[in-house]
Design a protein around this ligand. Structure first.
Ligand SMILES: [Zn+2]
Length: 269
């Protein structure tokens, strides 16, 4: 962890670096009237942040920017893995090593170890919004508040669905594996001599073993998808039941799933 002092120092260095480099954005040349120095802006902090393109922000903060993979090393936890930090053009980001994540404002605060106002000063500078020292941000409108609440609720509901699906897939897999084991045990036992307990017991045990074997592969694939695959694949699996067959087929065809960090988890048959 950096001490608050070294954080401030870093923020100051960053600021001077910003004034040294001739950073220009599309906003710089035509500052809207309501953003003139000293006048309260009609933009919310999120709106100001959204004016800064992620590649430009990441580059300013010291990340190696790869716009194709949208992956890089994580400055927050000084990870050397070049794919551990993942970002999206809409400003969301996540590090799969230190588990930090958030929006543009959170990223600036995390990297520069600074508070909200300092982070907004930096973002205003990058967005070309007036004199960042004098900008007053407006709070969220009632409509924005309601939208945020709706999003929070949806995220909570989704998390419940995902957990339930993960448990269901684990249970199904265990059930089928147990059936296969019981059938195999019984067949071995019958071979050693005892009579069938009921007519056609051996045939039934073979059927159960076949069924368990046939069901196990797609169930194992579904279990792998829900437990290890990328966030995007898990969401597809949970939210769109019609796409499950294709996800399972892909997993079987590929022989495993690819995790969010790019690692491969093998489908061990
Ligand atoms: Zn990290």
């Amino acid at each position: 962890m950096k001490s608050p002092d070294s954080g401030n120092c870093q923020a100051m260095k960053f600021e001077s670096a910003m004034s040294d480099t001739e950073y220009t954005s599309s906003q710089t040349n035509s500052t809207p009237e309501h953003l003139v120095s000293g006048v309260p802006t009609s933009l919310s902090p999120q709106e100001v942040a959204s004016l800064v393109p992620m590649p430009a922000l990441l580059a300013q903060l010291g990340f190696m920017v790869n716009e194709r993979t949208r992956r890089s090393q994580c400055i927050l936890c000084a990870a050397h893995n070049p794919t551990t930090f993942s970002w999206r053009p809409d400003g969301r980001w996540h590090c799969f090593r230190c588990n930090a994540g958030g929006d543009r404002i959170g990223l600036v605060r995390g990297v520069l170890q600074c508070g909200f106002r300092e982070a907004m000063r930096v973002l205003c500078g990058l967005a070309g919004v007036a004199d960042p020292k004098n900008v007053e941000f407006r709070g969220p409108t009632p409509e924005e508040k309601r939208r945020l609440d709706r999003l929070k609720r949806a995220a909570q509901e989704y998390q419940i669905l995902e957990n339930a699906e993960q448990l269901r897939q684990t249970d199904e897999l265990r059930r089928v594996e147990r059936l296969g084991m019981l059938a195999a045990d019984r067949l071995l036992h019958l071979r050693s001599g005892p009579q069938e307990r009921f007519c056609n017991e051996e045939d039934l045990a073979w059927d159960a073993l076949t069924l368990s074997h046939r069901e196990r592969v797609p169930l194992l694939a579904a279990y792998l998808i829900m437990s290890f695959s990328s966030e995007e694949d898990r969401q597809q699996f949970v939210l769109y039941p019609r796409r499950r067959t294709k996800l399972i087929d892909d997993c079987i065809w590929r022989g495993g799933v690819i995790t969010d960090t790019g690692a491969f988890v093998e489908l061990a048959l």
